[in-house]
Design a protein around this ligand. Sequence first.
Ligand code: VAH
Length: 316
Amino acid sequence: MTKEKILVIGASGQIGVELTQALRKMYGNANVVASDLREENELLKGTGPYVSLDVMNKEMLHVQVIRQNITQIYLLAAILSATGEKNPGLAWHLNMQGLLNVLDIAREEKLQKVYWPSSIAVFGPTSPKQNCPQQTIIEPITVYGISKYAGEFWCNYFNRRFGVDVRSLRYPGLISYKSAPGGGTTDYAIEIFHEALENKKYKCFLKEDTYLPMMYMPDAIRATIELMEAPANKISIRTSYNISAISFSPNEIATEIKKHIPGFKISYSPDYRQAIADSWPQSIDDSTASADWGWKPEYDLQKTTKDMLLNLKNAG
Ligand code: VAH
């Protein structure tokens, strides 16, 4: 049994910090190398190896994989939906070339496994709005969605053609308190908690009835680990799995927060991100993930709200 040595690319990001922490608990701190273009996130400092690494520099990345005897790569570096619309060329280049660099190296070095996140942002206005299925009409209208959907096909190709065990999840909007969100359309669902605690009011950049698929980060991290730990013969989807947990609107999460902060007030001032949100499904059918590897969410809106407020208050 080869000793697992994991490289997390994008370890200082919203998902990367918590995924690195979870992987270090499982594999031992020294066996999980965190990397990012940015400097090491405070929460990771002193908990394990960290290297500055640009996923776009394929030669440097290849050297690190060999030098560190890496057996698995988790690639989280990406430009998200809202930021991507401000710089389409860069978003396409980073999201696509970063993945191709990792897949090529995984093939050449015969890595055990690769993880790469897709997103419900692959779906577009022609996809079903409710219980959007695993396979359906998929016509993304953001560069982020286009790059994630194209990336799904590259994952499928490298698995079928070269046997690379690359696995992927279509994350909904992710809610977390440990590290800042990364420029997404669903970031309102994180900002609202900070604003409610600091100012007792929040001006939301989406309309009050904008329903979106969301998930609390502990569920997303557990889904990722469960997917990666599942036996390969259980994985029937080599593009990317739909997963889901909760769907809510800004009005609904505001109402839930008011139960804890009675004076909290929300106002609405939709911006360019409204059109992105309107192009996505409101809820997702994740029955394939449940059937293949037993996916089941644990956090609903009530539990998420309580846990977010408790931890943000403690972080004070
Ligand atoms: C975004 N948080 O808003 C990401 C996510 C489903 C949305 O992929 O771009």
